[in-house]
Design a protein around this ligand. Structure first.
Ligand code: ASP
Ligand code: MG
Length: 398
């Protein structure tokens, strides 16, 4: 019998009515003769509300206690959804991350899944039950509860799908698939029918939060196809699999507005101490080294912590600068350093009077830092110039 993993995000389980609807999707999969494992997020806005409560009590809440708090959101959903399923006469059981055998490292707030013991889940399945697992959470070797980072339920689902050798992992969300850019900001963004794991990883790395980046890596590891689809509307969604081939090198345009840019001038190798410090605080950075200058791109919300760390080293460098008035835009794809893409971007920016702070190539594609006030304009224009704009004739294949 095939195993199908279905993941439902916060909006999809945002009310008991929505849960009843979701229960229908689960029943449908079960009636096809599949074993079904369901992974859920906390109900819409629950996690944000919990974060706010913590902030009312503490400026810097303990990370361990944050995980203890945030993990409760998913537990509400597993029990309620399981009740909805049982009410339909189905055999179903809810499991916490720990009960589902999800083991993680000890990085509270951003833990990585290290292994999954699928014994309990398989046993429940073999008893004919639908298994409803709390996403976003796991447990360390020491028995501490952890969470996987915001949006981490996708990763729970993909990692379970991979460990169970599932036939497919369906990610039900509030959008009907992956788009060439954020359709709310780039109106001509088009839905993508299929993407390779690597292209999807490029999108996620660039902050397209439709799928958690680590989820893709887990699925890729065991070649489990993922389908991103809407729980509110019927449709085929976007298939992510290694079987998807694309002719075009450029698959999308992404942008990140909420970044800060840290530039260290006069680097002579000693900056590795700063980098080490940032790593040990688990602050994610993208690094671009150009001669004596090191640029670090960080999330806006990490800026206060980064400023504090960097201030200890300030005297060692001729100049350290943090700017919060910049954003990043990226032409996504495998661009093989031919220089062509760079030239095109440079020309487009010139023609449309967009001044760039820097441009560089990476495994994600070609990225540029521009003024925050220009970033949406830049994204829309690049989207058009790289032939990604939605045109009526594409409708036939979508
Ligand atoms: N509930 C968590 C969050 O809001 C995890 C998830 O939804 O994937 O980030
Ligand atoms: Mg999500």
């Amino acid at each position: 019998m095939s195993i199908i993993v279905q993941k439902f995000g916060g909006t999809s389980v945002g009310s008991t009515d929505r849960m009843k609807r979701v229960a229908g999707y689960i029943v449908k999969e079960k009636e096809k003769g599949n074993d079904v494992v369901v992974v859920v997020s906390a109900m819409a806005n629950t996690t944000d509300t919990l974060v706010k409560l913590a902030e009312e009590l503490s400026d810097v809440p303990s990370k361990r206690e944050m995980d203890m708090l945030l993990a409760t959101g998913e537990q509400v959903t597993i029990s309620l959804l399981t009740m909805a399923l049982r009410n339909k006469g189905l055999e179903a059981v809810s499991l916490t991350g720990r009960q589902a055998g999800i083991q993680t490292d000890a990085v509270f707030g951003n833990a990585k899944i290290t292994s999954i013991d699928t014994g309990r889940v398989k046993e429940e399945l073999s008893n004919g039950r639908i298994v409803v697992v709390a996403g976003f959470q796991g447990v360390t070797d020491e028995g501490e509860l952890t969470t996987l980072g915001r949006g981490g339920s996708d990763t729970s689902a993909a990692a379970l799908a991979s460990a169970l050798n599932a036939e497919r992992c369906d990610i039900y969300t509030d959008v009907d698939g992956v788009y060439t850019s954020d359709p709310r900001m780039v109106p001509r963004a088009a839905k993508i029918e299929g993407l390779s794991y690597n292209d999807m990883l490029r999108f996620s790395t660039m902050g397209a939060n439709v799928l958690h980046p680590r989820a893709i890596k887990h699925a890729r590891e065991h070649n489990v196809p993922i389908i991103v689809r809407s729980s509110l509307r019927e449709g085929r969604g976007t298939l992510i699999s290694d079987k998807v081939e694309r002719n075009e090198a450029i698959v999308g345009v992404a942008f990140q507005e909420d970044i800060s840019v840290l530039t260290i001038h006069g680097c002579d190798g000693g900056e590795s101490l700063i980098l080490y410090d940032l790593d040990s605080h688990h602050i994610e950075t993208e690094r671009i080294k150009h001669r004596q200058e090191l640029t670090l791109i960080i999330k806006d919300h990490d800026a206060p912590a980064v400023k504090k760390i960097v201030s200890q080293y300030n005297q060692a460098y001729s100049h350290v600068e943090i700017r919060d008035d910049l954003s990043k835009v990226c032409v996504i794809g495998s661009i093989h350093s031919s220089g062509e893409v760079k030239e095109k971007v440079t020309n487009v920016f010139h023609d449309y009077h967009i001044s760039k702070v820097s441009v560089w190539e990476s495994s994600v594609g070609l990225s540029a830092i521009v003024d925050r006030s220009d970033v949406l304009k830049a994204a829309r224009i690049l989207h058009m110039h790289f032939g990604l704009d939605y045109v009526e004739s594409k409708r036939a294949i979508l």
